[in-house]
Design a binder for this molecule. Structure first.
Ligand code: PMP
Length: 402
């Protein structure tokens, strides 16, 4: 008999479990399209030049590592605000945004969730159906009841799949006041389908009319159409006069996955309110991990606050975005060339790092077992892991299981 005798084995994380399976696979042609990570055309995780340049400067003048303030590096928080809302925007200049550095986008979501649970303990949380795997678990562990709003419909667009927008609106319309609605600001994970600017206007109208609490998860700013373009949805929420939450992640956009750099911004009524909210966010942080780590935040702040490095970052991020789009087109063309009869051009209408391929669980299992091509059972594939060397193989494999 031990203290832990009754502890049950938790299920494996579905994506990380897939990674373990991939690593153990001896197929020399294996391709990992499971995890949401961007790889360059050589199949390598990039170390961005802007990051290297910032780190070189930091190494030349090494600094001691004292504790950071609870809410992180001031220059970092200001850079996040500028990126999310616009440097000269009214929310930023009026001081009504409370921003904290967070341990990745996940950390930003969790700080927001813990704060919201204290603010409105009875609220429900709605996430998209489907959503990023961790949304449900994260908000559930923060003590919320989590339901979903309609989002993806496999039968939409004549069976090609797309957003069930009417369903989404009616889910939101049916939600009780105060319900926290987690929205993907851009590059919806896992489907790759975003709603249009006009549809955002309608969502915002319902959020406002029903007094819902919007929580925008912005894990892919710059991967859709551009930094400002992807951030445009934030401007819409500001223009509607709403108070809302935005989590930011630099894991993908800076290729700094392991540094855990992200943030949480809360748009408040005025500066005085932002001060009160910030004080509460700091309590959440202090009682969880005290204060954030130094390195990743310092690198991102150095890049975003230096005009030359910032321009270099935008260029490198642009290259990642363009390469992903090129791979989508190559996938569509390659599938056709490999003999796939059905029209797969919907892949190029999706956006961001993922594609809901429409493949069934059985087909995804066959892709793994027969060809070493790894995607999730839901048919999600990370198109950002395709490259000029593996694309033909992936197309041939898909053609064989379709
Ligand atoms: N939200 C979404 C939608 C994501 O896809 C991810 C990353 N997979 C995150 C949040 C978390 O980002 P991070 O790795 O920075 O914690």
């Amino acid at each position: 008999m031990s203290l832990f005798s009754a502890v049950e084995m938790a299920p494996r994380d579905p994506i990380l479990g897939l990674n373990e399976q991939f690593n153990a696979d001896t197929n020399p042609n294996k391709v990992n399209l499971g995890v949401g990570v961007y790889f360059d055309d050589n199949g390598k995780l990039p170390l961005l030049q802007c990051v290297q340049a910032a780190e070189k400067t930091m190494m030349e003048k090494p600094t001691a590592r004292g504790y950071l303030p609870i809410d992180g590096i001031v220059a970092y928080d200001n850079a996040v605000k500028g990126l999310v809302f616009g440097v000269d925007s009214e929310p930023v200049t009026s001081g009504r945004v409370a921003t904290v550095q967070a341990i990745g986008g996940t950390g930003g979501l969790k700080i927001g969730a813990d704060f919201l649970k204290k603010l409105n303990p009875a609220a429900k949380v709605l996430i998209s159906d489907p959503s990023w795997e961790n949304h449900r678990a994260l908000f559930t562990n923060a003590g919320f009841t989590v339901d979903s709003y309609a989002y993806f419909d496999a039968a939409a667009n004549g069976g090609k799949g797309g957003v069930n927008f009417d369903g989404m609106l009616s889910s939101l319309n049916a939600a009780a006041a105060g319900t926290v609605v987690v929205l993907h600001a851009c590059c919806h994970n896992p489907t790759g389908y975003d709603i249009t600017p006009e549809q955002w206007d309608q969502v915002i109208a319902v959020v406002k009319a029903k007094n819902l609490t919007p929580f925008l998860d912005m894990a892919y700013q710059g991967f859709g159409y551009g930094i400002a373009e992807d951030g445009a949805v934030i401007q819409k929420f500001v223009a509607a006069g709403l108070n809302f939450f935005v989590s930011t992640s630099f894991s993908k956009s800076f290729s700094l996955y392991g540094e855990r750099v992200g943030g949480l911004s809360v748009l408040c009524k005025d500066k005085e309110e932002a001060g009160r909210v910030l004080s509460q966010l700091k309590i959440v942080i202090r009682t969880n991990y005290s204060n954030p780590p130094t390195h990743g935040g310092a690198v991102v702040a150095a890049v975003l606050n230096n005009p030359e490095l910032r321009a270099l970052w935008e260029k490198e991020l642009g290259e990642m975005r363009v390469r992903i789009k090129a791979m989508r087109q190559k996938l569509v063309d390659g599938l056709k060339a490999a003999g796939v009869k059905q029209d797969m051009s919907f892949i190029t209408t999706q956006i961001g790092m993922f594609s809901y391929s429409g493949l069934s669980k059985d087909q995804m299992v066959r892709l793994r077992s027969e060809f070493g091509v790894y995607g999730t059972d839901t048919g999600r594939m990370c198109v950002a892991a395709l490259n000029s060397k593996n694309i033909d193989y992936v197309c041939q494999a898909i053609a064989k299981v379709i």
